[in-house]
Write a protein that binds this ligand. Structure first.
Ligand SMILES: *Cc1c(COP(=O)(O)O)cnc(C)c1O
Length: 430
């Protein structure tokens, strides 16, 4: 591989853009080296600025569930574009997308469009506080809900009762309203409830965690959270920004048979355009302005082009539910192949449908602490080996790989052959 154009672009980017990127994971900080700049994409493949092809296991972090550059989706956007870009006033296509989503997601009465997953989660929390009249939220260590202040709270080791800010600029006052619990650990939730239950507005979580690698929940964990939220009169929020329309039409709610009070969306919902959304029970959603007193707004929210892209993408998933079976089959094949190829090394693989991740280490990965124990040096070598052979994995051990419908037998086989070669090289240097 020759990265000379990418390196040139990275040099230039750093002179005008902080760190050369508009979102930090793209900078390769956690794997080392310099980011690859991409020029175009088609199907299962990304093409970089030097013209080299890569099998795409990032999928723009999830949205491109149907693969890149589908004519039907691009045409839907182009058709809509010919009528104008944005009006700052209602359009029929917003209703079409809302109705389609309601038909796919059971229990969703009302839905509001925004422009990103961050906005969706931030708005859902404000709504939960406005609805309950309470202040505190419980979030789980290692769960990501975008970069709003309330969510940038780190869990220290051991039993943390009050959060401390994860980033300068988040005030201690804000951090104090975010309580941290451990994923897959109901006891840690009950502890927080004992101390702060009377002021608990919401419990928010990724129903399948995808931002510390992939960590599926136990069914008892989700059920327990549902019960605790009901007992406390708190709003249960599923952050389905990653899992929504990916695990099933109805996302993790459908996959695990648990109903949240509010759900947030992003990624797949826009099919590659900047879209987020939050929705749920009528009684809660009616508190949003202009119906209710909780303020929330957006100049470009419900943008017609973005709606057209989301509508085309979700329309295909709705009409061809067999796609979910195909994604499951591809995921299962990748998982069993990885288990075989990595046999000489210590590893843990977690998978739910088309979300999968490899942690190098023999311990099981159930929460943030166990994820953090994995061998990151080996992951770095793994990432760069795969990159240098034309497979683009997420540039961090704490990110999920995403499988798209465009990934077929050939791509899986090529990936597995390379993984096997990597495992042999690693055992040779050990
Ligand atoms: C990506 C992500 C977000 C943030 O979405 P943005 O569109 O990047 O703001 C929130 N929650 C989860 C679970 C995510 O994976």
């Amino acid at each position: 591989m020759n990265f000379s154009k990418s390196e040139e672009l990275f040099e230039r980017a750093q002179r005008s853009i902080p760190g050369g990127v508009n979102s930090p994971v793209r900078a390769f900080k956690s794997v080392g080296g310099k980011p690859v700049f991409f020029e175009r994409a088609k199907g299962a493949y990304l093409y970089d600025a030097d013209g080299q092809a890569y099998i795409d296991f990032v999928n723009s972090w999830g949205p491109m569930i149907l693969g890149q550059g589908r004519e039907d989706i691009l045409n839907a956007v182009q058709d809509r574009m010919s009528k104008g870009l944005t009006f700052g006033a209602p359009t029929a296509i917003e209703i079409e997308l809302a109705e389609l989503i309601k038909s796919m997601v059971p229990g969703l009465d009302l839905i509001r469009m925004v422009n990103s997953g961050t906005e969706a989660c931030m708005s859902a929390i404000r709504l939960a506080r406005g609805y309950t009249g309470k202040s505190k939220i419980i979030k789980f260590a290692g769960c990501y809900h975008g970069h709003a202040d309330s969510f940038l709270i780190k869990a220290g080791s051991g039993a943390v009762t009050l959060g401390t800010p994860d980033s300068p600029g988040v005030t201690p006052g804000t951090a104090a309203d975010t309580l941290i619990a451990e994923y897959n650990n109901l006891e840690s939730v009950r502890k927080q409830v004992e101390d702060h239950g009377s002021d608990l507005a919401a419990i928010i979580l990724e129903p399948v965690a995808g931002n510390m690698g992939c960590i599926p929940p136990s069914k008892e964990f989700l059920q327990g959270l549902r019960e605790i939220a009901d007992q406390q009169g708190a709003v249960l929020i599923f952050d389905e920004v990653m899992t929504g329309f990916r695990l099933a039409k109805g996302g993790a709610q459908e996959a695990y048979g648990i109903q949240a009070d509010l759900v947030t969306y992003g990624k797949v919902i826009g099919g590659g355009m900047p879209v987020g959304a939050f929705g749920g029970k009528r009684e809660i959603m009616e508190k949003i302005s202009p119906l209710g007193p909780v303020y929330q707004a957006g100049t470009l929210s419900g943008n017609p082009l973005a709606m057209a892209c989301g509508l085309a993408t979700l329309g295909i998933l709705n009409e061809q539910p067999e796609i979910y079976q195909k994604l499951e089959n591809t995921g299962a094949k990748l998982e069993s192949g990885l288990r075989e190829a990595l046999e000489p090394l210590e590893f843990t693989i977690n998978r739910k449908g088309s979300m999968i991740s490899v942690h190098f280490g023999s311990h099981s990965v159930l929460d943030f602490d166990s994820a953090a124990k994995a061998n990151n040096d080996r992951f770095k070598r793994f990432f760069h080996f795969m990159l240098n052979h034309g497979v683009y994995l997420p540039p961090s051990a704490f990110e999920t790989w995403f499988i798209s419908e465009a990934i077929g037998e050939n791509e899986i086989q090529k990936t597995l052959d390379l993984v096997g070669e990597f495992a042999r090289l690693e055992t040779a240097i050990a």
